[in-house]
Structure formats: C-alpha cells, structure tokens
Design a protein around this ligand. Structure first.
Ligand SMILES: Nc1ncnc2c1ncn2[C@@H]1O[C@H](COP(=O)(O)OP(=O)(O)O)[C@@H](O)[C@H]1O
Ligand SMILES: [Mg+2]
Length: 415
C-alpha cells in the first residue's frame, strides 16, 4: 500500500481521535439532511443507507457508494466521502473541489457536516482506480501492457493537472490510487484533493506531502515549496507505471533518502546547477551522495547505503545517465521513442526545466488520441474514445501559441 502523507504533525495529532471515531458504534442518522451544492445552494439531500457499500478507505477518510435523492428531483448514485473528525482536512478538500469543474476532475455534487464528521457526495465513477487497472492488465500473459490506455489516460492526467495548475492549485498527492479510470469508456478523473493546495505568493509549507514513490527529487531533498512541477514529476512516474507495469524507480522505498538514491541511480547525480534549481540548501544532495559512495557516512545513511547497494547490484552497477535507455527495454507502449522522449522531459531534476503539463498534451506521444479518426483508433471494446480536445476558452487562454496550434488543429480534424 502506497501511503499518502499530507499533514505530518496533524496526522499524529489526529490519529487517536480518528481511530476512536471510526470504531465507534454510534448511530448517526444522516438519511435526510441539509446540504450545500457545488454552487453553494442549500438543499435537502436524502441518502439511502441501506444501499451503501464501501468503495475504499484511505488515510483520512472512508468512501461509500450510496444512492441519493435531492429535493430538486435529481437522483442517482454518489461516492460519499466521510471524514470522521473535524480535525481532518476534508473541509478544505470540499472548499477546493467546489471551485473545480472539468471533465478530468471528479465533480462535487453536495457536501454537509453532521456532528464532527464532514461528508462530500461526488459523482460516482464506475471502473476503479488506475493502480488496479495497471496491475490487472500487466498480469495478462501476452505482455501487451495497457495499450492505447497509456496514451489515453496519460493525456487526461496532464489535462486535469493543467486545469488545476491554471487555477493555481497543486494536487500534491498524484498517484494511480488517486486516479479513477474506466476501461469501458476510456474516461479518467483525478480524485483526492486532501493534500492539495492553492498556491499563494511567497508561502512555504511546513511539512512535506505526497507518496514517496511519486515525490519529485526537490521534495525528497526537503524543499518545502509546492509548485506545479511536483505534480508533473508524479505524472511522469505514473506514465512509467502505465508504460512498463511498474513505477520506474521501483516500489516500497524505506524513506525519502532511499527514494532519492533510486532516482540518482537512474538519472545520474545532479549537477551543481540542478541542485541549486532544486533549492537544495548547502549542496546537501551531492555531499550525501559522495558520502554514500565512499561508504563513509553516518550510521543511518551507511545502513541505507548497504541495503541500497544490495538491491542496486541486481539492477545496475552504475547509474544510468538517461532514463530513456531503461524505458526502451521495458516499455510495452505503441511508440517507444515518443514515450521515452515525453518521460525524459519530465523526469529531470530541475523543476524549471521539467515539461509543463499543458505542453505535455501537445507531445507527439499523444498524437493518436488527439486525432483518433486519422489513426482509425477506438477503444478495445470498439467504442469511440472520449472527447479529449473539447477545450474551454479558459483552458485555451493558458496555452502557448505553439501548443495552441497543435491542440486546436487536432480538434478541428474529424473525430
Ligand atoms: N468518485 C468516486 N467514485 C468511485 N470510487 C471512488 C470515488 N472517490 C473515491 N473512490 C474510491 O475510494 C478510495 C479512497 O478515496 P480517496 O478520495 O482517495 O480517499 P483518501 O483521502 O482516504 O485516500 C479511492 O482510491 C477509490 O477507490
Ligand atoms: Mg487517496
């Protein structure tokens, strides 16, 4: 299980209260309640508790599938996320979600508070999360990977992120578990904004966020700025998981340093300039890597170094300077060279030089899904691809001239 970490201090504080609250048998009657819709209107919402089933539970909340009815006559099924304590960040997540409306972001339907618990009713997404989608597909013996879904889902991740970034929001916990997908329709929606943050000029965090496997190197080196390139890095790692069946830096790092060494093993050591651009204070990363290499480090690092050497001797004896060679040998994607080019532009140390999410949409790797008619491309079940170039004026206003030229040209082509 790849655990998110959003609020370190807060997590410690909330743990005992949360455990108590979740295990409590206290019956809360929330069948009908006053709730707020996305637009802020107050309305009566009734939830059918008898039809409630668990969809999943993460570090901060539980999610159920529930039938609902609204006073307006609207009814259907929602994914109901419940936090069991007002200490938890669901209230902030709701506030953030209420500002979002995009085909690749899960939609908020209503929210309410009951006692200490916060609830949010979201559009229900049939299909499951990307983590299980990848695992299930790579179990198949034909070695075909996830085929067209790698492009399809990758594109939608970047589009959802580009939208968030245009609103000055950073997701900060992007991973396949927080990405819902449908193999039937090819749709993808980002979820879980519990770690997300609206950027404010000059504001720095006091804690690190996200899930180790998907943390950008500057975050692993304890940089506390939350910027869009953090999400771009996570999306790059997800691309490798889709293209190769596993995240390129492996799974289950023991801590940030272990993960950082895995990155160094792939990309080679960062240059001085790259370290500066990662905001690393006092050239921490280089001196740590040097110590690690000389086996001359403090006890803790030495221990990690030894276990690292054990694992790395299996994979590679010296660092690979370029991520592309490794991808090429493992990737099951349709255009390996475009794939490696895309990923290599994202998995770079310098956050400044990392490909922007909006620019990634215009990359050649996504050419087939941008103009499916031209490539006679459909889903494996024969259905057409979902709409991918139905950009709003707002989305277009953030595109550079060159990106606009590619994305809007593909939009004009017959689907
Ligand atoms: N809108 C939804 N539709 C279907 N399943 C969902 C939906 N939202 C969440 N889930 C399921 O619940 C799990 C936990 O939701 P998430 O929002 O990530 O909670 P947490 O903050 O606890 O990680 C997800 O991994 C997913 O399997
Ligand atoms: Mg989650």
């Amino acid at each position: 299980m790849r655990e998110s970490k959003c609020m370190e201090h807060f997590e410690e504080m909330g743990r005992s209260k949360r455990a108590k609250s979740l295990s409590s048998n206290e019956k809360v009657d929330y069948e009908c309640t006053q709730a707020k819709t996305r637009t802020g209107r107050v309305t009566k919402v009734c939830l059918d508790k008898a039809n409630q089933s668990s969809l999943g539970s993460g570090a901060f909340a539980q999610v159920y599938k529930t039938k609902y009815k609204q006073k307006s006559g609207e009814s259907g099924v929602v994914a109901l996320k419940e936090s069991s304590s007002d200490l938890l960040p669901l209230k902030e997540e709701i506030s953030l979600m209420s500002k979002l409306s995009h085909p690749n972001i899960i939609g908020l339907k209503f929210s309410f508070q009951n006692g200490k618990s916060w609830f949010v009713g979201m559009e229900f997404m049939e299909g499951g999360d990307l983590y299980h989608f990848i695992k299930d597909n790579y179990k198949r013996k034909d070695g075909a990977g996830i085929g067209v879904f790698c492009e399809l889902f990758g594109y939608q991740i970047f589009r959802g992120l580009a939208y968030l970034h245009s609103k000055k929001i950073v997701h900060r916990d992007l991973k396949p578990e927080n990405t819902l997908v449908s193999g039937e329709t090819g749709a993808l929606k980002l979820i879980d904004f519990g770690c997300s943050k609206k950027l404010r000029e000059g504001q720095r965090d006091t804690y690190r966020v996200g899930t180790k496997e998907f943390r950008a190197p500057e975050l692993l080196l304890h940089t506390l700025d939350s910027t869009p390139p953090l999400d771009a890095w996570s999306a790059g790692v997800i691309m490798t998981e889709m293209g190769c069946g596993k995240p390129i830096f492996g799974e289950g790092p023991t801590d940030d340093w272990d993960q950082y060494l895995r990155v160094v093993e792939f990309l080679g050591e960062p240059t001085e300039r790259e370290e500066e651009e990662m905001g690393s204070r006092k050239r921490t990363s280089r001196s740590m890597v040097d110590l690690f290499k000389r086996g001359n480090c403090c006890k803790e690092i030495a221990k990690k170094g030894r276990s690292k050497r054990r694992t790395s001797s299996k994979a590679s004896s010296k660092p690979i300077k370029d991520v592309s060679s490794h991808l090429t040998s493992r990737s099951a994607v349709h255009d390996v060279s475009a794939f490696t080019d895309l990923v290599s532009g994202i998995l770079v140390y310098s956050p400044k030089k990392r490909t922007h999410c909006l620019d990634a949409l215009a990359h050649d790797f996504f050419q087939r899904v941008r103009s499916p008619a031209e490539f006679d491309l459909s889903l494996p079940n024969g259905k057409p691809l979902p709409k991918l170039t139905d950009f709003t004026d707002e989305e277009i206003s953030f595109m550079s001239k060159s990106v606009k030229k590619i994305l809007l040209a593909d939009r004009k082509k017959k689907r």
